[in-house]
Design a protein around this ligand. Structure first.
Ligand code: CA
Length: 221
């Protein structure tokens, strides 16, 4: 049976980055680029069709890519990868809350980017170790400044010890495949555990799961 191609939209106002992403994605067998946009306004028009994969920049001339993430996540089953510059942790957290599935750093080398995109296309959304580290640091700082020592936000969610372990490894930036190797279980098992975690935390992406679990103290950075 012929595999259906992933209908992909790229939103990026930097011509060089756009060209790079387009070249790379077009080279992938299972991808078809159905449109590119350089602004929020023109991207909104592209999102009225069925889109499987959205690659989106955050800083756009007429607004924020975060609005586009919200739209994409509300209308369909779209995987959203944010292309961002390092150090923009406020935007990263906001993107996670809007439902982004993963991140690519703009200064990532070609190999890192290729791997991250490949993972995303295989249903393993990338959150780069650099971004994960950054998030951990931010959450740690938040805890120190805004919460009494040792007190995380209250939560009723219960995760099994195995789920906590897997989530902690995930937070370090490992892929599902790597987690399976570390835990000595199958990819399928990891996937099932994480599905349960997503359900319990009421989240839709890996980034959100890690963020929620850390915020509520279910896992320790
Ligand atoms: Ca930009």
């Amino acid at each position: 049976m012929k595999q259906e191609k992933l209908r992909t939209v790229i939103v990026e106002d930097n011509q060089q980055v756009l060209q790079y992403l387009r070249d790379h994605l077009e080279a992938m067998e299972n991808v078809v680029i159905v449109g590119t946009a350089e602004s929020v306004t023109s991207a909104k028009r592209l999102l009225t069709q069925k889109v499987d994969l959205l690659i989106v920049d955050l800083g756009l001339p007429d607004g924020s890519g975060i609005d586009l993430i919200r739209i994409a996540k509300s209308v369909g089953n779209t995987t959203v990868i944010v292309v961002t510059v390092f150090g923009d942790e406020v935007n990263v957290v906001n993107s996670i809350e809007a439902g982004a599935d993963g991140y690519l750093l703009k200064d990532a080398d070609q190999k890192t980017m290729a791997k991250a995109l490949g993972d995303a296309l295989n249903g393993v959304a990338p959150i780069s170790p650099a971004i994960a580290g950054h998030l951990l640091q931010r959450i740690r700082q938040n805890k120190e400044t805004s919460l009494p020592p040792g007190l995380a936000e209250e939560t009723d969610v219960y995760l099994t010890p195995r789920e906590v372990e897997i989530l902690e490894i995930l937070a370090k930036g490992f892929s599902y495949k790597e987690i399976a190797q570390i835990q000595n279980v199958s990819f399928h098992t990891v996937n099932e555990h994480l599905k349960a975690v997503y359900r319990k935390l009421a989240v839709n992406s890996r980034g959100e799961a890690v963020y929620e679990a850390m915020k509520t103290g279910l896992i320790n950075p």
